[in-house]
Design a protein around this ligand. Structure first.
Ligand SMILES: NC(=O)c1ccc[n+]([C@@H]2O[C@H](COP(=O)([O-])OP(=O)(O)OC[C@H]3O[C@@H](n4cnc5c(N)ncnc54)[C@H](OP(=O)(O)O)[C@@H]3O)[C@@H](O)[C@H]2O)c1
Length: 273
């Protein structure tokens, strides 16, 4: 049975050693803040060393004594594998991973710089597959482990102006559902979290204009509630979790509509102010 007070996380997430990517900001750092009071150790990954050190300092304040930071660019081919390899050399042995790193770039496919699509797919999909595979293997030897991959509700439909980003998130959903079934008999839980619009620097970094109609229609969530929803889903061994009932309703409606309608509707929402 999973015991939980409103302010704490489920007891089956306590005492674990976590690797958290995207830990330097947004939803990733919210995961760190939630896990730090009960974690055995934390490995925090990102590119921004200063921001990462700040998250590490906060994690120590919140109760984790053993905090390591690692930096690399997950757009580089093989970076996911290299990170997993480095993280597995650390003591104590890892028992959980949160793949929260991810990024998008705004623009029609034909207008993007050469290499931008590949880089985006490397960071959002390839790195996740490499980390999940390597840690999945290590967790199998331990006969337990937890993998939480952060996808997005945009993975349920095509997203004009962010085609590769949405496709990478769609890949994550499919990959995560398959991995959940493959690893469950080995005692390893794989949960894919699909947040909707969340208040982080994601949009400004991707240069996504927020003065469009979709931004006023969207159900905005705070990173901490999204991270909390994801961790509760992981503790309940869910395969897939859409954050918040409004996002769940929206995706339910999306599933009932022909794909051609959704692409048209989404394109209008994204382009109109
Ligand atoms: N915000 C939303 O509305 C939303 C909705 C659905 C899903 N998501 C997903 O949630 C996850 C977290 O996003 P967020 O909203 O928290 O965005 P964010 O505030 O921009 O944070 C993104 C994190 O990912 C890391 N990252 C990005 N590109 C990287 C790369 N090439 N190599 C290594 N690390 C990289 C960043 O590290 P550095 O800053 O150190 O580079 C940062 O820690 C992403 O997977 C995103 O796709 C976000």
């Amino acid at each position: 049975m999973v015991f939980m007070r409103k302010t704490t996380l489920p007891s089956n997430l306590s005492g674990l050693s976590w690797l958290i990517t995207g830990a330097s900001g947004g939803i990733g750092s919210a995961f760190v803040h939630l896990l730090a009071p009960t974690a055995k150790s934390l490995i925090l990954h990102g590119r921004n060393k200063e921001a990462l050190e700040e998250t590490a300092r906060r994690a120590k304040e919140l109760g984790t004594r053993n905090v390591t930071t690692m930096t690399s660019d997950l757009r580089t081919p093989g970076a996911g594998e290299a990170l997993a390899h480095r993280a597995l050399q650390c003591e104590p042995l890892l028992s959980g991973v949160v793949n929260a790193a991810g990024a998008s770039c705004w623009g029609d496919v034909v207008d993007l710089n050469p290499g931008a699509l590949e880089a985006e797919l490397n960071a959002n999909a390839q790195a996740v597959s490499e980390i999940s595979r390597h840690l999945g293997l290590a967790f199998m030897k331990q006969k337990n482990g937890k993998i939480l991959n952060v996808s997005s509700i945009v993975g349920f439909f095509g997203l004009p102006t962010q085609a590769a980003y949405a496709a990478s998130k769609s890949w994550m959903i499919s990959f995560g559902c398959a991995l959940h079934e493959e690893l469950k008999p080995q005692g390893i839980i794989v949960t894919t979290l699909c947040p909707g619009a969340t208040r982080t620097s994601f949009f400004s970094r991707a240069k996504i204009p927020l003065d469009k109609r979709w931004a006023t229609h969207a159900t905005w969530q705070e990173p901490r509630s999204v991270a909390r929803i994801g961790l509760i889903a992981l503790s309940k061994e869910k395969m897939l979790c859409i954050s918040g009932w409004k996002n769940r309703m929206a995706i339910f409606a999306v599933k009932l509509m022909p794909r051609s309608w959704i692409a048209l509707l989404v394109a209008r929402e994204l382009r109109e102010t």
